[in-house]
Design a protein around this ligand. Structure first.
Ligand code: GDP
Length: 296
């Protein structure tokens, strides 16, 4: 599971702190130095770490905390609060308001888990009483279209997949029209990815965005890629404007850097996390629960 290294380190720092009873400012400073190192080793962006430590320090070294009956407990609570805030504070929900069919566009690099996530999200929304239609607009990877069709059969949801010799912008637009015709209320559009971000990809995504005016653009990134995931998010947000992030492969041994940095760097929240290859392994992201998991 992701975060193991970070969780282990932070928990040992705080165990030692709790063992001390009364704390001096120097004790807190020493603990913060270790927290800082643990975050950097977990691949959290260095500026994010710097600001995070500054905020914790400001709240943790005052008389009120040091002279309290349970100073270590207070410091841990402050770190917990600040970790939660770092990941966005409140759970960030999908906004599916507006007249149906509501278009949701999934974007991301190849291999990030975009196609799988499209099906997972459709399944999740269907279980919440929505009636999604999937749209296969990743025409450059024929396997992606087949994959989505197969996943659609598996989760028993319709897929608009007219083939790979069509313009993805037309496919997306038709997908929305098809949803309207069939009375589906959400349209989940799987778009093309590339191995690297390039202009042609971004222009195509911009054209799809203009054609269907998605209510949500969700960027799918692979947690295992750490800081690269954050750089990808920054670039997609700058070029396209994203509404949220789906962080996949958190079931792997990702160090946690992407989960902890992406919100601070892009200003956009993680909305869902992928926890495995199966279609039922997508969950809404809860910053507070994640912070609790890290701190044990
Ligand atoms: P795309 O190129 O972005 O459409 O990526 P795919 O949806 O084809 O996914 C690439 C690979 O990652 C596939 O083998 C998926 O099964 C796998 N995958 C996607 N999401 C997850 C996840 O949350 N956890 C794990 N372990 N594997 C995932």
């Amino acid at each position: 599971m992701a975060f193991e290294g970070l969780a282990e380190k932070l928990q040992s720092v705080f165990k030692r702190l709790r063992g001390k009873g009364k704390l001096t400012e120097a004790d807190v400073e020493a603990a913060l130095r270790e927290v800082r190192l643990a975050l950097l080793e977990a691949d959290v962006h260095f500026k994010v770490v710097k600001d995070f430590i500054a905020r914790v320090r400001q709240r943790a070294v005052g008389q009120e905390v040091l002279e309290s009956l349970t100073p270590a407990q207070q410091v841990i609570k402050i770190v917990h609060d600040e970790l939660t805030q770092l990941m966005g504070g409140q759970q960030a929900r999908l906004d599916l308001g507006g007249a149906p069919p509501v278009p949701v566009m999934l974007v991301g690099l190849q291999g990030s888990g975009k196609t799988t996530t499209a099906a997972k999200l459709a399944r999740l929304l269907a279980r919440q009483g929505r009636q999604p239609l999937l749209v296969a607009a990743d025409v450059y990877r024929p396997a992606a279209v087949e994959q989505l069709v197969t996943l659609g059969q598996q989760i028993q949801l319709p897929v608009h997949a007219p083939g790979t010799d069509r313009d993805p912008v037309d496919i997306a637009r038709e997908g929305v029209a098809e949803a309207r015709r069939r009375g589906r209320d959400v349209v989940i559009i799987d778009t093309a990815g590339r191995l690297h971000i390039d202009d042609a990809l971004m222009e195509e995504l911009e054209r799809i965005r203009q054609a269907v005016a998605p209510r949500e653009i969700l960027l799918v990134v692979d947690a295992m890629t750490g800081q690269d995931a954050v750089n990808v998010a920054e670039t997609f947000h700058r070029r396209l404007g994203i509404d949220g992030v789906v962080l996949t492969k958190l079931d792997g041994d990702a160090r946690g850097g992407a989960a902890l940095s992406v919100r601070a760097v892009t200003g956009r929240p993680i909305k869902f996390v992928g926890l495995g290859e199966r279609v039922d392994q997508l969950e809404p992201f809860h910053p507070e629960r994640m912070a609790s998991r890290i701190l044990g």
